[in-house]
Design a binder for this molecule. Structure first.
Ligand SMILES: [Zn+2]
Length: 422
């Protein structure tokens, strides 16, 4: 472990705010990023976004303004495109370049079930980058040699550069600077929208009206230990008290969270801000890891209290135990299973999650017992990120017989800390 992870996991076990926030399931903690076409994997943003909107009271106003801006900007961009680009020349180029593709597609579509076959071809090719580019080449959209994203990027760029000159209306180019400004405005507008939707994602996890100040202090701690970093991602400030466009902007900053407040130069009211911080790579990887952050937090805790243990113990053919605790003779005396669930679900869903975890553990024990009979008597701990006492009480009552028979104990994160700390 590096110094930063050590500091972070110390904070995790000792600071209730840190534990509450970072025990959340990755889908609650991190926003989704756009799914890429060629891989079906889900991407999570490597950032957390701070705001002073306090339950988005002012955020709604921002969202409304953003909608109007959007209509205006798209209109302006279309006008700009007409001014600089010679549409007739572009049409001639497209027909000469892609006419073959249109014909092939047309031909395929007139065959019986053609559209269906074409759709299946497209869907089938989305699984692999190579298949996708082969499909595009079959339809004469790109040269056959292109097999991956990098080659495609180079191809598009060179195509674009070699034809750009023909398409531009030279007489209007002197005004290009204004349009570039327009494009950058559009880009900033995209950043703003992206940040506004991020704060919606975070409202419930990061901001608790009752302890908003404590939370800012906690984020200062994260900033000080280097877990969150500024200076790279773009932030957004706006005065929502003044009329639109009196004061707003996208900027880069590297400032601790409690110092983000700024005043509007016109009305002196506090500016609304949305500031993303880059999340430390190691902790980000732990969060998105299939085992989840809680696994790594427990590993750290066991190390800190000098337990002998084996993580990710494999028992052929198909059993994996999260942690085996070992005695001085290196023999297993307890096993620990760690589970992370989405905690923003109704209580009966969470109860169902625990029921499922116990049932999986039982199945694993039955298989283990057939190899080593000792497994039946070891204590087995199941630690989950569920925080509701009601859910735990119900689970213990409902599953009493199984828990007793298999010697299984259910723990919340804080209960497990009390058990391990010595
Ligand atoms: Zn103002």
């Amino acid at each position: 472990m590096t110094a930063i992870d050590k500091k972070f996991y110390n904070l995790f076990w000792t600071d209730p705010t840190c534990q509450t926030i970072f025990s959340s399931h990755k889908a609650q903690l991190l926003e989704d990023e756009v799914e890429l076409i060629v891989t079906k994997e889900k991407f999570y943003a490597q950032r957390i976004v701070l705001t002073n909107s306090e339950k988005r009271k002012t955020g709604t106003q921002i969202a409304k303004r953003a909608e109007n801006d959007n209509i205006e900007l798209i209109h302006n961009l279309q006008t700009a495109a007409k001014k600089y680009f010679d549409e007739a020349k572009i049409e001639v180029y497209v027909m000469s370049r892609f006419g073959k593709a249109f014909k092939t597609i047309e031909k395929d579509l007139t065959k019986s079930g053609g559209w269906w076959k074409l759709a299946m071809k497209l869907v089938g090719s989305l699984d692999s980058e190579k298949d996708l580019f082969k499909l595009l080449a079959d339809y004469h959209l790109i040269p056959k040699e292109i097999e991956n994203k990098e080659q495609f990027g180079i191809y598009v760029e060179s195509e674009f550069n070699s034809h750009l000159k023909e398409f531009l209306k030279k007489k209007n180019l002197s005004e290009l600077a204004i349009s570039i400004d327009l494009i950058s405005t559009y880009y900033n507008h995209k950043i703003k929208n992206n940040l506004v939707s991020a704060t919606k994602h975070y409202t419930d996890i990061f901001y608790d009206n009752e302890n908003y100040k404590d939370r800012l202090e906690f984020f200062d701690n994260l900033y000080e230990i280097g877990l969150i970093k500024g200076g790279k991602l773009k932030s957004y400030y706006e005065c929502v008290n003044c009329s639109p466009n009196t004061f707003n902007g996208v900027l880069t900053l590297d400032i601790k969270p409690s110092s983000l407040k700024l005043k509007c130069p016109s009305c002196s009211k506090e500016l609304f801000y949305i500031v993303p911080y880059e999340l430390n790579k190691v902790i980000y990887d732990n969060i998105v890891h299939k085992d989840g952050l809680l696994f790594f937090a427990i590993q750290h805790l066991l190390e800190q209290y000098n337990y002998k243990f084996r993580p990710n113990h494999n028992q052929p053919p198909d059993i994996e135990i999260d942690f085996c605790l070992l005695n001085d003779q290196q023999l297993i005396y307890e096993i620990v299973e760690v589970k992370m669930f989405k905690t923003d679900r109704p209580e009966d869903t969470q109860l169902g999650n625990i029921r499922e975890a116990v049932s999986q553990t039982k199945k694993a024990i039955d298989k283990l017992v057939s190899v080593h009979p000792d497994y039946k008597t070891f204590p087995k701990s199941i630690v989950t990120n569920i925080t509701s006492d009601t859910v735990y009480k119900l689970a213990k009552k409902e599953l009493e017989k199984d828990l007793k028979e298999y010697n299984i104990f259910l723990y919340t994160v804080s209960d497990f800390y009390i058990k391990i700390k010595r």
